[in-house]
Ligand binder design. Structure first.
Ligand SMILES: C[S@@+](CC[C@H](N)C(=O)[O-])C[C@H]1O[C@@H](n2cnc3c(N)ncnc32)[C@H](O)[C@@H]1O
Length: 220
């Protein structure tokens, strides 16, 4: 990762998303829809290949206001966790309002210290979380740990450019990471080379290609 500051700790994340919660769906939602749609489609395609009577178990870390939740196929069991009680309140309201019965649980929890057993989820998902989380290495470790061997870990994020004026701007913005609630200069190398995860797909999303979807397979 490039140019990281340490100012965005857990409490700063909670404060940032307490501020964002009121505007998140209207302001950030439309800009980031393309990544959520791609990640949800990737999960749904795993579900369609899934055989057996037991529903596919999916964990979405940093579920936020739950914008993704209506998009998942209904025969899965989705668990969502987030650090921010304010964002989770919006997700819970969405589940109630839209009767989203496939959402099994929404819990306040740190994605870097999940309380779930090892290898219990078929798919783990993190959308726009890795560059927000104060502890991205721990989050990746936990995504790998709770995913069953052979299961998928899907990550969508904006990754810093490797050069040019956009990278210069991202580095400048990094100074206000705690205020805006994410690290603009977060680099893709930060999520590569995990000992238990093999990269099986990577693609830039949308016309502007500012977001990237990565799909990893959990090693057996
Ligand atoms: C940019 S929002 C993305 C929300 C949602 N995934 C979406 O696509 O709209 C980032 C979310 O990650 C959450 N978050 C950041 N670090 C976290 C951590 N360590 N554990 C759990 N949630 C975290 C924030 O509280 C926030 O709700």
């Amino acid at each position: 990762m490039t140019g990281r500051t340490d100012s965005l700790d857990e409490n700063a994340v909670r404060r940032a998303y307490a501020r964002w919660a009121r505007f998140y769906d209207a302001v950030i939602g439309p800009v980031t829809d393309v990544g959520r749609a791609a990640a949800v489609a990737a999960v749904n395609s795993v579900a369609r290949r899934h055989t057996g009577d037991v529903p596919l178990k999916v964990i979405e870390v940093g579920v936020g206001s739950g914008l993704s939740l209506p998009g998942y196929d209904r025969h899965m069991r989705i668990t969502g966790i987030d650090l921010s009680a304010d964002m989770l309140a919006l997700a819970r309201k969405r589940v109630d309002d839209r009767a989203l019965g496939h959402v099994a649980a929404l819990e306040e929890m740190d994605a870097g210290a999940l309380t779930y057993d090892t290898a219990v989820f078929d798919v783990s998902v993190a959308m726009y979380v890795m560059s927000v989380a104060p502890n991205p290495d721990a989050v990746l470790d936990e995504l790998a740990r709770v995913t069953k061997p052979g299961g998928d870990v899907v990550i969508v994020n904006h990754f810093a450019r490797s050069d040019g004026w956009v990278l210069w701007f991202e580095r400048k913005l990094e100074r206000v990471a705690a205020l805006i609630g994410w690290h603009p200069a977060f680099g893709r190398e930060q999520v590569l080379n995990h000992r238990d995860l093999d990269l099986v797909e990577e693609r830039a999303l949308g016309l502007l290609r500012i977001f990237t979807l990565m799909r990893f397979r959990r090693r057996a």
